[in-house]
Design a protein around this ligand. Sequence first.
Ligand SMILES: CC(C)=CCC/C(C)=C/CC/C(C)=C/COP(=O)(O)O
Length: 263
Amino acid sequence: RLSPRTDSGGKPRGTHLVSQSRSRPLLSPPLQDGCAEAEEAAGPGGLSLVPPSLPEEGRMDLNPSFLGIALRSLLAIDLWLSKKLGVCAGESSSWGSVRPLMKLLEISGHGITWLLGTLYCLCRSDSWAGREVLMNLLFALLLDLLVVALIKGLVRRRRPAHNQMDMFVTLSVDKYSFPSGHATRASLVSRFILKHLVLAIPLRVLVVLWAFILGLSRVMLGRHNVTDVAFGFFLGYMQYSIVDYCWLSPHNAPVLFILWNQQ
Ligand SMILES: CC(C)=CCC/C(C)=C/CC/C(C)=C/COP(=O)(O)O
């Protein structure tokens, strides 16, 4: 049933759907007391104009904002595309045979791999310059874990239904999918490497390719929706700017470097 939406002065502002049934609403929560009269006034099952006494919960807006429509459309496209691209989500999926390779890629971008690798290199490093870069990489990785955990805990977006939760070592917030921690790490680390390591062009291309394929593999494995990965890339890129801005050096963080030197 359609009824006019009114402002506080009783002037019509838009149109709402009102539930047909009082006991079991079709599109909205149960109608409250004030709505009963509105239903009576509407008569049996027709299009009608009712008085402005409907509570907000009993209405469904039929003229949402442009932003609302755009966001809903984006979400629908995101879910549709993510499902289509989730070709390695299970062994029986169309690309199920490449799943082990995708899981290998997953480990290459895992937090533990990068933390342990950086700590190992830090222990082996015998130059101040090397130690400075690695100390900042460690800081970047920890910052990334913290930021991603905070956002995942706040947003609480569920992982896609077709995902199998068989990931290598996860934190409790990793049951959520927005943003992709692998994507943030991939873009943060690759930007870091490109800035601080002197590499030949083919190796630089390989670093960018690794980050891109790692992001894509998250969707192909069914771990994430496309928007989780896209936002993850953006977030990781921005996180590097924070690391660059707060760059730790023996001048601004002498204690850190002296302590490490005594290990
Ligand atoms: C120091 C410390 C808290 C280490 C924890 C390392 C760890 C277990 C990180 C989890 C990495 C992970 C599985 C992230 C999830 O990635 P998504 O791409 O699936 O969001």
